[in-house]
Design a protein around this ligand. Structure first.
Ligand code: FES
Length: 170
């Protein structure tokens, strides 16, 4: 994998945009296809929002409508930036009947986000999934791929508190 395609989470937004611009230029030189460009840009930037789609369109000459169409066709592309921590709430049958919906509702209220959105401070993204293989100990959620079982909505504050930066940290 080329060096410039690796994710640099510590970059500022401006640095990320410059990084994305260099990636696009490299791919254009190599005559790469749109999917390769989109994959790499998403890997570096975390998502492909409209301003990046416009940048790709300007640099490659591919119409913006075509780029947007490809992004919306493939579910692995996202136009929304993800938060530092990804919370996934299971809404599979076992979890749903044991309170999964209450967990989603509580998290939406606590974080002030809709499903699929990221908190204003960029700390959490809330998503739902269909079964994470812990049906016997439902309801389950995961945070950054760590699975928590038999989750009690009243204990979500305690659970999330571990993910807030400590004082003095970013
Ligand atoms: S339904 Fe939630 S873990 Fe299987």
């Amino acid at each position: 994998m080329r060096e410039s395609s690796q994710c640099c989470c510590d970059e500022s937004l401006e640095e990320k945009l410059k990084h994305v611009e260099r990636i696009i230029d490299d791919f254009i030189k190599e005559d790469a296809n749109l999917i390769q460009i989109l994959h790499t840009v998403q890997n570096v930037h975390g998502a492909i929002p409209l301003e990046i789609q416009q940048m790709i369109s300007q640099k490659t000459g591919i119409p913006l409508s075509e780029i947007s169409g490809v992004i919306s066709f493939y579910s692995f592309f996202s136009t929304k930036l993800k938060g530092k921590h990804i919370i996934k709430v299971c809404m599979g049958t076992a979890c749903y009947v044991r309170g999964g919906k209450k967990i989603v509702d509580r998290l939406q209220e606590m974080l002030n986000v809709e499903i699929g959105d990221t908190t204003e401070d960029g700390l959490f993204t809330l998503e739902v999934v269909r079964c994470m293989g812990a049906c016997g100990l439902a309801p389950a959620i995961s945070i950054d791929n760590k699975v928590f079982k038999q989750v009690n909505p009243d204990k979500l504050h305690t659970l999330l508190s571990k993910y807030y930066p400590k004082e003095g940290q970013q």
